[in-house]
Structures are given as structure tokens and as C-alpha cells.
Design a protein around this ligand. Structure first.
Ligand SMILES: *Cc1c(COP(=O)(O)O)cnc(C)c1O
Length: 353
């Protein structure tokens, strides 16, 4: 259901297909059962067994020493950057990355840490030469360059592993640490058939979202060395993010990791099926080759954008209002037959013009 829909609309056989993001998923009945059964305790005292199990599970999955359960990907990245950097220091980051563009620059506001953006290419990558060139000399005019922030996937694009390793080697050779925003890292792992720990072996710290494609209602886990996680835990308390019997929500994350990882391949197949179907309409630009995982981007003719969105809404299909490129995301609550319904609805729109 979304704003403007009634309960009756939602219950109709014409179920709403919401393509705005993979954050819109509803917890499954099995996930809700796991949440109801969760053993809990006061996590600020370190006594919630479900949260401890989740932190350990994600740390193991990513091959890191320790994990910290946090409220969101934004909080995870904020704690990550602030546990690496002090006031007056800076991090290098791709100019299209989430930490730079979509987290209200909390690292500057709350931490006095500057971000130094590097140009991101069409595939979401940054150039190792640009990293090297952006590292400041030891000079009182300059901030201290401390950290490189990477992202995988970037707008659904899997980052080539060789590139990640060149970037991390460049950073480490110059005394920088590396943080990876792996909000959708599991999509990258499933797509490549690679263990997630292998994808992040060369980076120091990783943030993983449970509330995106994995389908949990809330939560992310920050992972890294023990002393780093201890600093992040103190900062989380400072930000008001210490939670008590939050095992009830952590249980959803554990359930997601047990049951919703392999099925990400279905989201990827559905995104591709949708891109191929939509590419048939001449007034709609779709880059099918750019579909690596669960995202595609469509660019309607400017005159069509608003009417198309309104037409789809009437057919129970919700898309975002971005212009000119619209991001379409597949997820746990989008089936293959939903995809075919969306293609048919778009076909009905273009058939009438
Ligand atoms: C969604 C997202 C985040 C932030 O997660 P929230 O839980 O929405 O705060 C961070 N990075 C990337 C790449 C994301 O897609």
C-alpha cells in the first residue's frame, strides 16, 4: 500500500506492484514468526542473544572480526566514517555515492570530517589515479586524508573486483583505510557467485543493509576490526542509537540472511526481464546491458513522464517521480508475473499514442 491507496485497493486482485525501491518489502509471515519467537535482552548491557548472533553472523559472512547492529545504512556509514576519521580529516568518495549525496552529510555536520568527491564513471567506478592525485601532502594548508569510501553495488552496478583491489591497494599504500558501503553487497555476491567475504577481503570495514533486497523491516550491520567496532559502539550510544530488546527486529535480519540471499537471483532475473520487455517501446529509453542486479533505469520522452506515471498508478504499478531517468527496482514482493503485468500496462499506455 502507498499514500493515496485505500485498503480495498490493496486487497483487490490487482495487487500493487511498488517498483520505487527494494526498501518497500513487507516482512513475510515466516519472518514475523521468527521475530515473535526471538530471545531478547538489554543490548546496551550486551545481553541480547539475538543481536549478538546477528552481529557474529554478519562478521563471519564478511570475514571481519566484529559487527555492530545499527538502525539504518545511514547510521552505519556515519559510524563507519567517524570511527575512522577525526575532526579536520577528510575521506575520498565517489561523487555519486550514497554517503556523499544522500546522507545529509552527517559526517561533516556531526563529525567535522570533510568529504572530497571524485568523479564516478557510468558504471559507478572511480579511477585509482584520481585517488592517488587527491591524497593531500603533509602540509599545514591541507586536511589530513584518512579514508577512501567505496560502494558496491552502485545504482545496481556490480563493481569489478580487480578495480576494487587496485583502489584499496592504492589507499593502503598511502596510509589510508578503506570503508565499503555494501548496502547491496549481497546482490553483488549472488550475481557473481562469489562468497561475500572474498569481495570485501581487501577493505577494512563494511556496512551491510538488511532492509534492502534482503527484505528485513529495519537494520544494518557495520563490520570491521574489534577496536574499530568498539569505537563505533560508543559513537552509536552518543547518537542515541543504543537499543534495548531489539532482538525482535534483529531476528528479522537473521531470518533474511538464512532465507532471502539465494533468491536475490530472482530479483536480478526479473529486472532483466522487465528491462528487455520495456526496451521494445520506442518512446522509452532503457539500457538493458547496464542491468547487473535488481535495478534498471528508464527514460521516457519528457512529454510522457507524468502521464505514464499516472497511467501506471491506475493499473496498480507505482514508479518513482525522478526525472529524466527513473529508477526501477525489483525485490521480494515483485514476482515474474508482476513483471509481465507491468510490461502489459506500459504497452497499454504506448498503444494509445
Ligand atoms: C539505502 C542505502 C544506504 C542507506 O540506508 P538507509 O537504511 O536507507 O539509511 C546507504 N548506501 C546505499 C548504497 C544505499 O542504497
Amino acid at each position: 500500500m502507498y499514500a493515496g491507496m485505500t485498503k480495498a485497493d490493496n486487497a483487490a486482485s490487482n495487487r500493487v506492484v511498488d517498483l520505487r525501491s527494494d526498501t518497500v518489502t513487507q516482512p513475510t509471515p515466516a519472518m514475523r514468526e521468527a521475530m515473535a519467537r526471538a530471545e531478547v535482552g538489554d543490548d546496551v548491557f550486551g545481553e541480547d542473544p539475538t543481536i549478538r548472533a546477528l552481529e557474529e553472523k554478519v562478521a563471519d559472512l564478511l570475514g571481519k572480526e566484529a559487527g555492530l547492529y545499527v538502525t539504518s545504512g545511514t547510521q552505519s556509514n556515519l559510524l563507519g566514517v567517524l570511527s575512522h576519521c577525526q575532526r579536520g580529516e577528510e575521506y575520498l568518495i565517489g561523487d555519486s555515492y550514497h554517503v556523499y549525496r544522500s546522507e545529509a552529510l552527517g559526517t561533516s555536520v556531526l563529525g567535522g570530517v570533510a568529504s572530497f568527491p571524485l568523479k564516478t564513471d557510468a558504471g559507478g567506478g572511480i579511477d585509482p589515479g584520481a585517488v592517488k592525485a587527491a591524497i593531500k601532502p603533509d602540509d599545514p594548508h591541507c586536511p589530513i586524508t584518512k579514508l577512501l569510501c567505496l560502494e558496491n553495488t552502485v545504482s545496481g552496478r556490480v563493481q569489478p573486483q580487480e578495480r576494487i583491489e587496485t583502489l584499496t591497494a592504492t589507499a593502503h599504500a598511502n596510509g589510508l583505510s578503506v570503508h565499503l558501503d555494501g548496502a547491496r553487497l549481497m546482490n553483488a555476491a549472488v550475481k557473481q557467485g562469489t562468497a561475500p567475504a572474498a569481495l570485501v577481503a581487501s577493505v577494512d570495514t563494511v556496512s551491510l543493509c538488511l532492509s534492502k533486497g534482503l527484505g528485513a523491516p529495519v537494520g544494518s550491520v557495520l563490520t570491521g576490526p574489534k577496536d574499530f567496532i568498539a569505537r563505533a559502539r560508543r559513537l552509536r550510544k552518543m547518537l542515541g542509537g543504543g537499543m534495548r530488546q531489539a532482538g525482535v527486529i534483529a531476528a528479522a535480519g537473521l531470518h533474511a540472511l538464512d532465507h532471502h540471499v539465494d533468491r536475490l537471483a530472482e530479483d536480478h532475473a526479473n529486472a532483466r526481464r522487465l528491462a528487455e520487455g520495456l526496451a521494445a517501446f520506442p518512446r522509452l529509453a532503457v539500457d538493458v546491458d547496464a542491468v547487473d542486479t535488481n535495478m534498471l533505469f528508464i527514460t521516457p520522452h519528457p512529454d510522457d513522464a507524468d502521464p505514464l506515471r499516472a497511467h501506471l498508478a491506475k493499473h496498480g504499478v507505482v514508479i518513482a517521480g525522478q526525472r529524466p531517468k527513473i529508477r526501477i527496482v525489483t525485490h521480494l514482493d515483485v514476482t515474474e508475473s508482476d513483471v509481465d503485468r507491468v510490461i502489459a500496462a506500459v504497452g497499454a499506455f504506448y498503444g494509445g499514442r
